[in-house]
Write a protein that binds this ligand. Structure first.
Ligand code: HEM
Length: 153
């Protein structure tokens, strides 16, 4: 067997997340995994009946703002999840699956400091979201989507 030529790792190294085009690739590839996923896919196509032409650009704005400081997203990202959770409980196993798919997407396309920030931000937002959904879910009826349910603590 021939030894690996030097520099191969560099030649094939994955780039970091640096541009709006990278964000687009991240988001598009992530949702290509989410859509057919047996664990969380149905939240998107059955529970929320997501309009992808609307949702994907929102997600580009969200991740551009989180990772590239683009200032394009200023909504409350928790809000639609409260509505979702009121229809169908978002459970720890769903968040674990979401994070596993997100992390795999990053691994497939990117590596570097911003890619790691993407991973840790997703983990921390998912952690907060999971706790908030749990809390809202333990309330009564519509409490899951009430403004009070969005108060921290
Ligand atoms: C079990 C995990 C999750 C599920 C099933 C889920 C599902 C969804 C669905 C169905 C929507 C579209 C709602 C609609 O248009 O009516 C949505 C929106 C969104 N999700 Fe999630 N999500 C999850 C976790 C997360 C996490 C961890 C993040 C952030 C790191 C996130 C960020 C967002 C954002 C930014 C939006 C757009 C909100 C807006 O319209 O302004 N989601 N999610």
């Amino acid at each position: 067997m021939e030894p690996e030529p030097p520099g191969k790792d560099e030649a094939f190294a994955r780039p970091d997340i640096r541009s709006p085009g990278d964000i687009r690739l991240l988001v598009d590839s992530f949702y290509e995994k989410v859509k057919p996923d047996p664990v969380i896919g149905y939240f998107f196509h059955e529970i929320a009946r997501v309009d992808w032409d609307h949702h994907l650009p929102v997600m580009y704005d969200f991740w551009e703002t989180v990772l590239l400081d683009a200032g394009k997203y200023s909504r409350n990202a928790m809000e639609p999840h409260f509505r979702l959770n009121a229809k169908e409980r978002l459970k720890p196993e769903h968040f674990e699956r979401w994070l596993a798919l997100f992390s795999r997407t990053i691994d497939e396309h990117f590596s570097g400091p911003v890619a790691e920030i993407a991973r840790t931000r997703a983990e921390s937002i998912a952690g907060i979201m999971r706790l908030k959904m749990e809390k809202a879910g333990s309330g009564t009826g519509a409490a899951g989507s009430s403004p009070a349910a969005m108060e921290p603590g």
